[in-house]
Write a protein that binds this ligand. Sequence first.
Ligand SMILES: C[S@@+](CC[C@H](N)C(=O)[O-])C[C@H]1O[C@@H](n2cnc3c(N)ncnc32)[C@H](O)[C@@H]1O
Length: 228
Amino acid sequence: MSLILDDFLITGRIFEEYVAFFDLDVTAMKNMRVLDCPSGASSFIAEAKARGIKAQGCDILYCYDRDALRVQGEMSIEKIYADTSWMADNNFEFYHSIENHRQYRTSALELFCSDYNTADYWFAELPKLPFRNDSFDLVLSSHLLFVYDDRLDEAFHEASIIEMLRVGQEVRIFPLVDYKNSRMNEKENLSSLVYKIAKKFGGEIVKVDFEFQSGAEYMLRIKQKHLD
Ligand SMILES: C[S@@+](CC[C@H](N)C(=O)[O-])C[C@H]1O[C@@H](n2cnc3c(N)ncnc32)[C@H](O)[C@@H]1O
């Protein structure tokens, strides 16, 4: 594999952010089998397990060991917050301040590192996943599909969603803006690919109680039963 760690900015979100992105009912999730895909340096798995959820995660970066990921994660945080002008138009209702936003990233990295190396972190390169059919009740996918449509084409999106629906009964994806809108922070609509995919897979576009990027307060929910 030709993955060069230095080329990646490693970031992760915390459990509370996932709850908001995906409108999660945490009480109902006890004992649920949940896949975080991709999980990056997110602390969702560690925090979910502490709440009785059977969480696992996968990422292309998990061919690296904890120390390498920690170093790259710390460098990524330094780089991201060296210039925060890109956040000028964001909505801080959830985070309250840039300092707090940074603190969430730092906490996520710390918790991720303390939990990594357990059996719950799998190397995977979408659109292939190393799990049997129906291994999970729920698959959560944040900040990969749609937002990187500048480099991930439609075929990749479709193949990845088919694969997630193979391993999980339900897939939730957030956010639904495309690369340009996620960068320009325009009050624009969702990626046109979202509508196409939602129609193809019988997915439902759901408004959630989280809007950091303007117009990005939607997630896509697709249930396995809608597949032909
Ligand atoms: C922006 S991070 C999001 C991580 C996490 N879901 C979150 O919201 O904090 C995107 C992640 O996608 C992973 N990734 C990119 N391409 C991938 C692929 N083909 N298969 C698996 N993971 C991939 C990257 O390594 C990175 O960790």
